[in-house]
Unconditional design. Structure first.
Ligand SMILES: C[S@@+](CC[C@H](N)C(=O)[O-])C[C@H]1O[C@@H](n2cnc3c(N)ncnc32)[C@H](O)[C@@H]1O
Length: 303
């Protein structure tokens, strides 16, 4: 795998270098009135980690941002490595570590494309939240090969993804984009399979069995992030894709459920926040709610 960065990754690095301090404020819940998507994603990973038996000994968080997940994993007693290529993110991790000293944690500045785990060790858990958006589908496949090699059998890879199904329900420029690509029918079909399934396990399997790879647009609407291409997947698509690399999709947690379209939520901010957080607390792992969630977090067992 080449360590020469793509223009997408260059844009990503610039964007996150500039935004590290603000990111930490959001991560620790200082962005008033907003659903804390970072905290919901982290909670989704911790739910997987808490169920692992034995508890994860060595974990790697890829694109760790300001480090909250690594700190939380180390607090469970294992060794946690947080890796991020933005030096400013790693500076924020260090600030966080001073406030919450965790002996098991180490933060490394560098690209995942140049990383290798400690010699002779296998990993129990690899997480990547808000990360796969910023690598091309080819790069993702190359990383999946590596992740599978690094994990012990029975270990977990947990991936957060922007949820492409949500483009149906957001009723905005993303919906128009999908209409232009001719993907509405496929997105609706998967949403129906998920929402009408009798339980979460059969829902994810039905979505995976029906999934077909969708064309990825070359340019995404900006939506506050100045990286031109930010890849999105459906749960079925990601489950099927990762299945080709030795992973079994076990769950997909809905993150940031939207009771109303983004264009309207600003007018009803408090209601949106309360509703979304209450639903996350009540049904944190029900994949049938994913169609109306802007993100999902998928747990993949290394088989
Ligand atoms: C959307 S942020 C998510 C941060 C964190 N995972 C969270 O959920 O709060 C994505 C992070 O991935 C990092 N990143 C992107 N590409 C990377 C690469 N090739 N190697 C390491 N870090 C990368 C960015 O610098 C950024 O901090």
């Amino acid at each position: 795998m080449s360590s020469t960065r793509s223009s997408q990754q260059d844009e990503t690095l610039d964007y996150f270098r500039a935004g590290a301090e603000a990111w930490r404020k959001s991560a620790i819940g200082e962005a008033q009135g907003e659903v804390n998507v970072i905290a919901q994603r982290i909670e989704a990973v911790l739910r997987v980690a808490r169920r692992m038996n034995p508890a994860p000994g060595l974990s790697l968080d890829v694109g760790c941002g300001t480090g909250q997940l690594s700190l939380a994993l180390a607090a469970m007693g294992g060794e946690a490595v947080g890796l991020d290529f933005a030096p400013e993110m790693i500076e924020q991790c260090t600030i966080g570590l001073k406030k919450d000293p965790q002996p098991g944690v180490s933060f490394i500045q560098g690209s995942i494309f140049d990383y290798g785990p400690p010699a002779g060790r296998s990993l129990d858990l690899i997480s990547a939240l808000g990360f796969i958006e910023y690598v091309s589908p080819d790069e993702l496949e190359q990383l999946l090969v590596r992740f599978r090699k690094w994990l012990r059998p029975g270990g977990f890879c947990v991936l957060g993804s922007r949820n492409r199904l949500f483009n149906l329900f957001s009723l905005n420029r993303f919906t128009q984009l999908e209409r232009g690509l001719g993907t509405i029918e496929a997105l609706l079909n998967e949403s129906l399979l998920l929402a009408m399934a009798k339980d979460p396990t059969s829902a994810l399997k039905a979505a995976m069995d029906a999934a077909t790879p969708l064309p990825q647009p070359e340019v995404h609407p900006e939506a506050g992030v100045t990286v031109t291409q930010r890849y999105q997947y459906t749960p079925g698509e990601l489950a099927a894709l990762t299945g080709r690399f030795g992973f079994r999709a076990v769950s997909a947690a809905p993150v940031h459920y939207h009771p109303m379209p983004p264009a309207v939520k600003g007018d009803r901010g408090a209601f949106h926040l309360d509703y979304s957080e209450a639903l996350f607390a009540a049904a944190p792992e029900d994949v049938r709610l994913v169609p109306q969630a802007s993100t999902f977090v998928m747990a993949l067992e290394a088989v």
